[in-house]
Design a protein around this ligand. Sequence first.
Ligand SMILES: Nc1ncnc2c1ncn2[C@@H]1O[C@H](COP(=O)(O)OP(=O)(O)OP(=O)(O)O)[C@@H](O)[C@H]1O
Length: 313
Amino acid sequence: MGTIEDIESSRSSSLTTETEEIDEKDEIVRFDNVHKTYLIGASGIAVLRGIDLRVNRGEFVAIYGPSGSGKSTMLSVMGTIDRHSKGDVFLFGKKAGLNATDKILANLRLKDIGFVFQAFNLLPSLTAFENVELPMLLAGKPKKERIARVYKLLDRVGMLHRTKSFPAQLSGGEQQRVTIARALANRPKLLLMDEPSGDLDTKNTDLIMDFLLELHEKQKITMIMVTHDVGLRGYADRVINIRDGRVAGDMKIDQDQRMRMRKNLRQQVLRSRREETGWMSSTDSSESFGGVRTELRAPTDYGTVYATQESCS
Ligand SMILES: Nc1ncnc2c1ncn2[C@@H]1O[C@H](COP(=O)(O)OP(=O)(O)OP(=O)(O)O)[C@@H](O)[C@H]1O
């Protein structure tokens, strides 16, 4: 197994495209006896105390546990925002060694990992459109592709009518929806979310969860979500309990129950979208999840947008 530095040199050959067949057993995240200790003055706070964990490609994992148990720290280490103190972290099959440079890690985050973290706020001087466009700009994507994708993503999070608004002009929930669109801009292989529904009402939580599940189902994007919301955990494949910096439970969700919840969610979202004023979509609802064809007619800051889409890809 190589190191994360090897990713840059092998990027063109080793990374999958969205149309490529994906081996679902690929290991996306692996923690071997991972420790994290924060130093405050002369003393240390042991926050992660020997985490062993494997997450395979295409899994949707929910993480819960008491406040202060180390959930956010674990996500930060997974996302290479924070470095672990001891043990081994592997991402996409490569070792994230403690000697990986900041530049290599920043590039990895930009291209392969999407973040929905409260600490990753939207940039206040950029509009919603520009915030979502930014990661693609940094990754050197062509303008035409950037514009099309920003519209698609903002539509899917129900924010197409606010493309020109600045974060300060949006509610907390609306900002969160733009943050989710931004996290997906570069089609990450791994999506890390810390309380993604934190500021959202039920209707918007449903909308976002439906969108995330569609991505998960159609593109096999690997998702890891910290949430206190028991209802949201039921949509995951697997639920992990963290206590005192250790894995205290790791449980598979019953698939029949999960599919029932998923079906109810899809129906609820389709109903809401039909009722929405100012955001009209006529939806041919095939019962297969993610197989929905949407004809969209929406007034936006840039005039009325007409679009037909199978789903957001
Ligand atoms: N940068 C830091 N420096 C020092 N201590 C930190 C730092 N970040 C987190 N901690 C401490 O680590 C512990 C775990 O924090 P963490 O945010 O990971 O918990 P959590 O399980 O996500 O909690 P919550 O559910 O309340 O968000 C807490 O005691 C916190 O104060």
